[in-house]
Design a protein around this ligand. Structure first.
Ligand code: DQA
Length: 147
């Protein structure tokens, strides 16, 4: 199976950025460990982090009929991007929405997501561990579907 990991704006700053909220693990560390976990599960993991909305949208379009599952932390685009939502709907690939922080404990503008109602599941508040839970869930979903 092929899983695409997408990370939105400012997540390249993980480790430096508001560590009391987002933790001290860098994105490179998360991606490296997640890639290892994926290999153990026989999953090919690809990754894109971008601060540009169109790059994330283009990557989703290119995934059409190629990628089996998407794990996405849309970051601030969670609360703003109809375009990214429409891109996910256009390719019809199942996805899990993930956030390091518990967005519901934070400012009101973070409580609404343009993704949650079309996501298979939402994981938030578990820090970088959330990415690993999402990968395990993707693995289970894909195996169940191929039975
Ligand atoms: C985030 C939460 C968003 O509200 C915020 O804009 C981010 C990161 C998270 O992972 O907790 O950039 O998606």
């Amino acid at each position: 199976f092929e899983v695409l990991l997408l990370n939105g704006p400012n997540l390249n700053m993980l480790g430096k950025r508001e560590p009391q909220i987002y933790g001290s693990t860098t994105l490179a560390q998360i991606v490296e460990q997640l890639t290892q976990r994926a290999e153990a599960l026989n999953i090919k993991l690809s990754h894109l982090q971008s601060n540009a909305e169109y790059e994330l949208i283009d990557k989703i379009h290119q995934s059409f009929n190629k990628i089996d599952f998407i794990i996405i932390n849309p970051a601030a685009f969670t609360h703003t991007s109809v375009a990214l939502r429409d891109a996910l709907l256009s390719v019809d690939i199942p996805f899990i929405e993930i956030h390091l922080s518990n967005v519901h404990k934070r400012e009101k503008f973070r409580h609404h997501s343009y993704f949650s109602d079309i996501a298979q599941a939402v994981i938030c508040g578990l820090g970088s561990q959330g990415y690993f839970y999402a990968l395990d869930a993707a693995h289970q979903t894909l195996n169940n579907a191929s039975k």
